[in-house]
Design a protein around this ligand. Structure first.
Ligand code: 5GP
Ligand code: MG
Length: 170
């Protein structure tokens, strides 16, 4: 069974609010929105429909790992359609947990000399440890529990749920 944390309706209201804020902040500019795959896909798809300024849409698939010399590495599995040099980019992901993936992704994009780079996550997990990156736009904070739905998976399942919840065994 899945216990709902954020309903479809709550999510819709929050995404609309974020879209309006982003549109205000980037007024007069064109924004390149980059969905971080796969988790950031449903959120990005909803979010861009509430952004009223011109948007270029792209996506990016990568995962982070720590190598045997304890430095963070990013395995990139996709290519961008267009170079992002000189563009305002917004990286959109499902959840900020330890922040290692997003921090590594931001570093990767920074090397491409965009005009600006910001991040937007639907959820931010409350952790005791400090994070290497904080998101510029956040939907909700969540307790340190494993959540699924709205892009978030458990063994690749549940990404399609229209709500966010916690899997409970009974
Ligand atoms: P981080 O590098 O911030 O620790 O991890 C970020 C990634 O881990 C997220 O993009 C997501 O794929 C995965 N992740 C972290 N916490 C959760 C969670 O509670 N549920 C799910 N389904 N994935 C999570
Ligand atoms: Mg992810």
């Amino acid at each position: 069974m899945i216990r709902t944390l954020f309903s479809k309706e709550e999510i819709a209201r929050k995404v609309e609010e974020l879209g309006r804020k982003i549109s205000r902040d980037y007024e007069g500019k064109t924004l390149t929105v980059i969905a971080l795959l796969n988790g950031g896909l449903p959120f990005t798809a909803d979010l861009i429909r509430h952004i009223s300024i011109p948007v270029f849409l792209d996506s990016f698939a990568a995962s982070s790992y720590v190598d045997d010399r304890s430095s963070k590495k990013l395995t990139v599995r996709s290519r961008l359609k267009e170079p992002v040099e000189g563009r305002h980019i917004l990286l959109v992901d499902d959840i900020l947990d330890t922040g290692h993936s997003l921090a590594a992704t931001v570093e990767y994009f920074r090397k491409m000399a965009p005009a600006s780079i910001k991040t937007c996550v639907f959820l931010d997990k409350k952790l005791d440890a400090p994070k290497p990156v904080s998101a510029d736009y956040t939907g909700y904070e969540v307790e340190n529990v494993y959540v699924v739905g709205y892009g978030l998976d458990s063994h690749e399942l549940y990404r399609n749920l229209p709500f966010v919840g916690v899997v409970e065994n009974d």
